[in-house]
Design a binder for this molecule. Structure first.
Ligand SMILES: [Zn+2]
Length: 218
C-alpha cells in the first residue's frame, strides 16, 4: 500500500512554492494508546510528516493550517523574521521521515505558534516532540518537552479565550502532564475539574476519570 504522496504548498510568509510529502489518511493505523493518549502507529507514523516547513525561509506550521495562517502586525512580523533568520543559521534541515527531522520541524512550529499567540498549537507541538522522544527512548528529553507543553497549556487556560469545545482536552492534558511529571496533587485537581464539568459529555472526561481513579489507588 502506498503511504505517501506529494502536495504543493505556498508559504504564507515568503510566498515560496514547494512540494512536501504527505501521509495518505488510509495508511494511518493506531494499534494502541499510551496513558496520555499518544497513539502508537502500526506502519507509517504521520507525526514524521505533520509539520510543513518552507525550505526557503523556515516558516513552519501544521499541514492543516500552514497556508491559511495570517501574520498580523509589524511587531509580530519583525519577531518572526528575527527568529527565522536565526533558525536558518543554526538548524540544518535534512530529508523528512525520521524522528530527528520531525523534532526539528516541531521545534520551529512550537516557537512560531508562540510568536503568533497560538498557545494551544505551541503546546501540541511540544507534546508531539515529547512523544517522538518517547519513541526514541530518550526520557530526559521527553520530560523536558512534557514540561514545556504543560507550561503552554497552563498559560493557554489562564490567559486565552479558548474555545469551549477545547476545554475538556485542555483540562485532560493539564491533568495527565502533571501526572506524568509526578505532580499527583496538581494532576488530581485538574482531573476533578474535568470530571465535574464534563462527566458523560466528553471522551476526555471518561479517560480523565480512569486516570483519576488510578491515581487514587496508587
Ligand atoms: Zn517561506
Amino acid at each position: 500500500m502506498r503511504e505517501l504522496w506529494e502536495k504543493e504548498f505556498s508559504c504564507p510568509f515568503c510566498g515560496n512554492k514547494f512540494k512536501k510529502k504527505m501521509v495518505f489518511f488510509d495508511a494511518i493505523k493506531i494499534k494502541s494508546r499510551d496513558i496520555d493518549l499518544k497513539p502508537n502507529f502500526e506502519g507509517v507514523n504521520p507525526y514524521l510528516y505533520e509539520v510543513v516547513t518552507c525550505p526557503k525561509c523556515y516558516f513552519s506550521a501544521f499541514d492543516k493550517d500552514f497556508e491559511s495562517i495570517k501574520i498580523k502586525g509589524e511587531e509580530t512580523e519583525k519577531r518572526l523574521n528575527e527568529f527565522l533568520e536565526n533558525a536558518r543559521k543554526k538548524v540544518e534541515l535534512g530529508e523528512e521521515g525520521t524522528h530527528i527531522e520531525a523534532i526539528k520541524r516541531y521545534v520551529l512550529s512550537g516557537t512560531i505558534y508562540s510568536l503568533l499567540n497560538q498557545r494551544k498549537k505551541a503546546a501540541i507541538s511540544y507534546l508531539k516532540i515529547a512523544w517522538l522522544f518517547r519513541e526514541m527512548g530518550r526520557s530526559e528529553d521527553e520530560k523536558r518537552y512534557l514540561e514545556r507543553a504543560l507550561r503552554e497549556f497552563e498559560n493557554h487556560y489562564k490567559y486565552d479565550n479558548y474555545e469551549e469545545s477545547d476545554e475538556p482536552m485542555i483540562l485532560f492534558y493539564l491533568g495527565v502532564l502533571n501526572q506524568l511529571l509526578g505532580k499527583r496533587k496538581e494532576a488530581a485537581k485538574w482531573y476533578e475539574i474535568l470530571i465535574r464539568k464534563y462527566d458523560g459529555a466528553s471522551m476526555y472526561a471518561k479517560v480523565g476519570r480512569e486516570r483519576w481513579l488510578e491515581l487514587r489507588k496508587s
